[in-house]
Write a protein that binds this ligand. Sequence first.
Ligand code: SF4
Length: 351
Amino acid sequence: MNKTLEQLPALNLDALKIIVSDWGFPAYRAKQIIGWRNKGVLNPDDMRNLPQDLRTALHKHLCCQPLKQVQKQCSSDGTRKYLFALHSGKNIETVLIPEPERATVCISSQVGCVLDCPFCHTGTQKFEANLSAGEILAQVLAVKNDLRENPLPSELHNQVTHIVYMGMGEPMANEEALHASLSMLMAEDGLHISRRRITVSTSGLTPQIDRMGQLYPVNLAISLHSALDQERDTLVPINRKYPLQELRTCLDLYPLPHQRHITLEYLMLDGINDREKDLEALAMFVNLQRDRVNLIRFNPYPGSPYKGSASDHMNAFAQGLISKGIRATVRRSRGQDIMAACGQLKSSFAP
Ligand code: SF4
């Protein structure tokens, strides 16, 4: 790639120092730019302590325009769902999930998805593009900027503390950008977010999980949804390539941070994966020391062929797991009124 077209969100301090020196500016200017960038300010015109000629050079030689916010929906629980336009014109969605002690940004890694899970709203949109590392990071920066300009009510946390790769797309199918964005999220001169506060969710591409574990051992979430190969082959078709036994071996080798667990995401679908035999298979699959199970309420989207399990059945399923010594919880769904919950993202807002 032409160096002059590099994206500001994905540059580290050393690389930017070289660039600004090449332009004839002192290295400390790079630190000022990174300071603005890390606060979510990308537009050079808003970097108030920079001289005008440096702002002009930034405009001319780097891609430093923020993502264009096409739409923002705010849920009554504080959740914000953003529709951003990439410079290519394609749209992606990003979600902010604030709580009293933390605020999580759920980021997209692809436009559409290469995989085709039949329960997933994103999966109904055909794959259009991989995001670059800069585009992945720019989502976090855009949310940070929005929080500066439009703070949340005081009872909610107003700083981005956690990142989850659970938006549109399969992050492991965009491995190069995933790794580059993880590196920048964790770097001291990047967003400096601890690996314990970053989670990558995948449908189970085992070679990629192995590689991420070696390079960036962040928290891992697996879209499991069934522990029976026959059912999972349908629900999560990548299972045909990487079946459950292979996935289990891979998960047992994943380097876990101290006292951390792998999250097995389990979307509960009425009559599909919530039967007694499904519970038994799930209990057999779980590694008691390493895993925890997150039961997720299915959020129907228009045209969806599935129905979610009833609440009392979900609770009974969770109790069935707990009685076998498994850490199991029913996930509270956030932002449901704006379709920002799991598997609902699609890059055109629902009517
Ligand atoms: S569940 Fe994840 S991997 Fe499957 S289609 Fe949806 S976004 Fe893609």
